[in-house]
Design a protein around this ligand. Structure first.
Ligand code: AMP
Length: 328
């Protein structure tokens, strides 16, 4: 699929001696895995090229994936190719120097919010951006080299963005891509331990979540993780945000959300909205966000706005339940 665009991307990569890779702010396993995986793939395939991945750092739970490159002189961007992975809109690109690149390529799997760049390869039905990078490797496997480091980065992105190969969007291509990576050498025991072991204190917070979470009339589970709660359990914003996954297995509840008080002067509250079967991205888009059909993010600025978002989600869920079967 999309052979022509992939050929153009490979040609651009060949044309440039220097390439910068970019990803989105508030990084996650897929944007870190796809950028680091692409970097290793390009380094191993074209050792003579300079490949940079410059960012302010990786989320704490992904630090085991290794550091980024130190910033370089801005002048170096001018004759370079930029490749942005896993990022739907320009505003979310974490390193603003992408603008300085001579040419820019977008490779993404999000529902497109806007077009940017000189070349775009977007497949929104892919379960992760890493899957696209593996597809790229497989299309040109005679010319590209996939080592176990690249494979492990890409596998990490696939595991995290698919919820350990569980979320909808998974298909044969996903599993075939995962197979290609396993063949290249991924230590899955170590990877799963790094990603999923939890601290004793965090499990105590989980118990608290189950106690405090609430449910709207039609079954949208939610929790407001205010500053007091974050302080009580000594949580970073990142740890507080991670709790969205704890509400994903409630029978009758096909959408769930966490609201994390950021503690800034504007009173912003990060929203992480998830669902099964029903698509919630339009709700996120209404509240300054976006993302995927069943996994989106947004921002609200008051408890009233939080309630409004919940009401909108509740109405959507109600309508879905009335018009569909086979949701549980
Ligand atoms: P999160 O809950 O932050 O993990 O977001 C879920 C998905 O939605 C991820 O793929 C994010 O990249 C995407 N997303 C989150 N916030 C936004 C936003 N403001 N605009 C567009 N996409 C977003």
């Amino acid at each position: 699929m999309n052979l022509e665009i992939k050929q153009k991307i490979l040609q651009k990569i060949k044309d440039y001696d220097r390439i910068f890779l970019f990803r989105h702010v508030r990084n996650d396993g897929d944007c870190v895995g796809s950028t680091k995986g692409m970097k290793e793939l390009l380094k191993a395939s074209f050792p003579e090229k300079e490949i940079y991945l410059i960012d302010q750092g990786t989320s704490a739970y992904l630090e085991f994936m290794g550091p980024e490159d130190a910033p370089v002189e801005e002048a170096l961007y001018a004759d370079a190719l930029g490749i942005v992975l896993d990022t739907a809109s320009e505003a979310r690109i974490s390193n603003a120097n992408y603008k300085l690149c001579k040419e820019l390529i977008k490779i993404d799997h999000h529902i497109p919010l806007e077009n940017y760049g000189d070349l775009q390869w977007v497949e929104e039905d892919r379960s992760s951006c890493c899957e696209l990078v593996v597809d790229f490797y497989e299309t040109f496997r005679d010319e590209l080299v996939l080592n176990s480091t690249a494979a492990t980065h890409l596998y990490t992105g696939m595991v995290t963005d698919t919820g350990r190969f569980k979320y909808s969007g998974l298909c044969g291509n996903t599993m075939r891509a995962a197979g290609t990576l396993l063949d290249a050498g991924v230590n899955t025991d170590l990877l799963y331990a790094r990603l999923y072991l939890e601290a004793y204190e965090y499990l105590k917070f989980k118990a608290y979540i189950y106690d405090k979470m609430q449910m709207t009339e039609n079954g949208v589970a939610y929790l407001f993780v205010d500053k007091a709660m974050q302080e009580k359990f000594n949580l970073t914003l990142e740890q507080a945000s991670a709790c969205v996954g704890t509400m994903d297995s409630i029978r009758g509840c096909i959408s769930w959300a966490v609201f994390i008080e950021n503690g800034d002067a504007e009173g912003s509250i990060r929203v992480r909205l998830r669902s099964r079967f029903v698509h919630i991205n339009t709700i996120a888009e209404k509240y300054r966000g976006g993302g995927h059909a069943c996994a989106s993010g947004a921002t609200v600025y008051s408890l009233e706005e939080m309630q409004a978002l919940l009401q909108d989600t509740d109405a959507l869920v109600k309508e879905y339940k009335q018009t569909h079967e086979d949701w549980l």
